[in-house]
Design a protein around this ligand. Structure first.
Ligand code: F3S
Length: 678
């Protein structure tokens, strides 16, 4: 709409997966959420109709699962509009589709606009890291443990600017959906994407999901030597992993790269003084709700049930799509899970996006839970920063639910039964694909492919305002340490305001730590008048600066903006008048989002300079004018004047391409696109 086009330039789809709150089960949760988010869903549906966009309504499933089941194809370069004509996928976990042997690169919503408007999209050419897989997974180890292990090795920054290409004999034995899990969580090490050579299991998955023609085309291409690495391909780096050495991993708390093998986890719990008590278990989501995952989980549930056990803690399961939900119901998986106390939620992100209404919330004593999701940042799932959260495979998460303990190791430990006997699980095997094929479920959830636009439709919309820029800025604050997009724009209850920038901006940086004082959600207003206090919440101080028409800068630490691609994390600071963010380093997608929204990301050349700038300092930029006029250097000099009137200079560098500079000049990428179309 903002671009002034009458239809999308490429086939596009909308997926309503974030706003379904998990309370007491699929049916009532879905109905309640449809009513409470009616305005948002109506807007999306009417916009889809007007512009000929496929609309996957609330309850149809999670975008990444739907993309894998319906749109992804081997060899595809997903996202690049001039090659593949797909704008279907946004969000950082897009690489999930890589399970089908393609390059699926996650982008933010603002980048998706490039595809939808037919604008070229650019990405700095990544390095390629080869991950050589040998051996085979056995016992309790699953593909999830492979990526949890790799996350521990690479850390959340280790994949930045890199594509992870898996190769070797260990790849072919994995199911397509197992590889999707590995690719999905590649985003957690910052990788641009992850990919695999085409395998027989991918072919089988394509047939099982009704895409025989795509499978035959992929087979023909593979026979010509395509869809796999070239003979003798060289990588920028090779990482060796012997799958036979892998054991289940537990990652966390609060970051996905803190990896501990299960056999050592009990000792870690004791050393750390954590209470050996589990509060909840969560399975499913876009990461681990494949048929294989669910049959494994059901096998564990059956073993436990035959021994007379039920789950000891609340246990939630989120199916990734209507197809998965219907298939698990038809094949008796749902009833098996429900018999042991599992609550099956709506086909949506649910707790993974913070839509978890925990009835047992206990403030600072909120306990610990296991999930097979991919993100475990503080406050992510239940909005409580005291909750400890660990990532593990769905099978481990399930076994833990029957023990009720953090330290339970199903490979070695037993559970006492009421009759005094001891029960021990045997490793589950699971089934890659359903023998009877996938069930479609409720066909109302499936949109008609590439519908014709209905220009007469009148969607609700809010015009965007254009901002002004100046090169004299006030520093709002210096953010300490990890600052993910969840810290910048929290999810959970805030998601209902996604269409209301003023409302959602009230959560700006509310869980970020101010490096000056170490407090959360505290900022200082150095120009306060006598009626105001100097210290206030971060959004309130940002609002004060906006009210004074004072553009501001933010000083941030390493990997700023990691996590979800959430474009509101860039929109909100821009809304309050942020013009520049200076970081020790940025996460790739978030840096692109900032540029799209007209905020200039700058990198400290000397990272020690981070500590030299503080709140209230005045920053002037030198070289920015030249940059905006298209003849700037990579280096942007900052002249900083502190509250004592002392000044000093700091060197930073920008990463703006000449096209991106045009967005800065226009105030945002959309402003620029619109000016070109008008
Ligand atoms: Fe996937 Fe939704 Fe979580 S897209 S990562 S289940 S928020």
């Amino acid at each position: 709409m903002s671009a002034g086009l009458s239809r999308c330039a490429v086939p596009t789809s909308i997926h309503c997966d974030h706003l379904i709150q998990a309370v007491d089960g699929a049916s009532s949760d879905l109905q309640r959420s449809i009513v409470s988010n009616k305005e948002v869903f109506d807007f999306l549906e009417s916009a889809a109709r007007k512009y000929g966009i496929e609309f996957w309504k609330p309850g149809s499933g999670i975008i990444h699962q739907i993309v894998l089941e319906n749109y992804a194809a081997p060899g595809m370069l997903m996202y690049l509009p001039f090659l593949t004509a797909f704008a279907r996928t946004k969000y950082s976990h897009t690489p999930n589709a890589g399970g089908l042997g393609l390059l699926a690169i996650g982008v933010g919503g603002a980048d998706a606009v490039d595809a939808m408007t037919g604008t070229p999209w650019e990405l700095k050419a990544p390095h390629v890291v080869g991950i050589h897989l040998t051996g085979q997974l056995s016992g309790w180890a699953t593909p999830k443990d492979l990526i949890l292990h790799l996350a521990g090795k690479l850390t959340v920054r280790g994949g930045t600017g890199r594509i992870l290409e898996y190769f070797g004999p260990g790849v072919t034995a994995q199911s397509c959906t197992g590889l999707a899990t590995v690719a999905n969580m590649g985003a957690e090490v910052g990788a641009t994407t992850s990919t695999f050579p085409y395998t027989k299991n991918m072919c089988a998955y394509l047939h099982a999901t009704g895409r025989g023609a795509v499978a035959r085309a992929a087979d023909a291409a593979a026979e010509k030597g395509l869809l796999s690495a070239d003979e003798g391909a060289e990588y920028d780096e090779v990482i060796e992993i012997n799958l036979s050495d892998l054991e289940p991993m537990i990652n966390g708390p609060f970051t996905p790269d803190l990896a501990t093998p299960l056999s050592k986890f009990g000792a870690l719990v004791q050393e750390s003084g954590w209470k050996d008590e589990l509060s909840a278990s969560l399975i499913g989501s876009c990461t681990n709700s494949s048929y294989e995952d669910l049959t494994r989980v059901a096998e564990i549930a059956k073993q436990a049930q035959s021994a007379g056990l039920a789950t000891k803690v609340p246990f939630l399961c989120t199916p990734g799509s209507e197809q998965i939900r219907a298939t698990m119901e038809r094949d008796g998986i749902t009833s098996t899970l429900q018999d042991v106390g599992v609550v099956v939620l709506a086909n949506a992100c649910g707790p993974c996006i913070g839509q978890w209404k925990r009835e047992d919330s206990k403030g600072e004593e909120n306990g610990t839970y296991y999930s097979n999701n991919k993100i475990n940042f503080k406050s992510r799932n239940d909005g409580n920063r005291y909750t400890m959260n660990f990532l593990a495979s769905p099978t481990i998460v399930t076994a833990m639910a029957f023990s009720g303990k953090l330290t339970f190791n199903p490979m070695t430990d037993t559970i006492s039964l009421p009759n005094g006997q001891l029960f021990k699980f045997t490793p589950p095997s699971g089934q890659d694909l359903p023998t009877k094929g996938f069930a479609m479920g409720n066909t109302d959830y499936y949109p008609s492919p590439v519908p014709e636009p209905q220009p007469g439709t009148q969607p609700f919309w809010t015009p965007e305002s254009k901002g002004t820029r100046t090169s004299t800025l006030k520093v709002l604050m210096r953010v300490r340490g990890k600052c993910t997009t969840d810290h910048i724009s929290a999810a959970g209850p805030w998601l209902k305001y996604k269409g209301h920038l003023t409302n959602i901006s009230e959560n700006l940086l509310m869980t970020a730590i101010n490096d000056e004082g170490g407090d959360m959600n505290v900022a200082f207003d150095h120009d306060h008048d006598s009626s105001q206090s100097r210290s206030d919440t971060i959004p309130n101080v940002a609002k004060r600066l906006k009210a004074r028409n004072q553009p501001w800068a933010l000083i941030v630490d390493e990997n700023y903006g990691e996590g979800s691609a959430r474009e509101h994390a860039a929109l909100q600071p821009r809304f309050y008048g942020c013009a520049v963010i200076v970081a020790r380093s940025f996460a790739r997608i978030h840096e692109a989002n900032l540029k799209k929204q007209g905020i200039l990301p700058l990198w400290f050349i000397d990272k020690a300079d981070y500590s030299r700038i503080g709140s209230g300092d005045v920053v002037e930029t030198f070289g920015l004018g030249d940059l905006v006029n298209g003849n700037g250097e990579e280096v942007v000099k900052l002249r900083v004047t502190n509250s004592r009137g002392e000044f000093f200079e700091i060197l930073t560098r920008h990463t703006m391409s000449s096209d991106q500079v045009k967005w800065l000049k226009a105030g945002s990428a959309l402003n620029f696109i619109r000016s070109q179309i008008a």
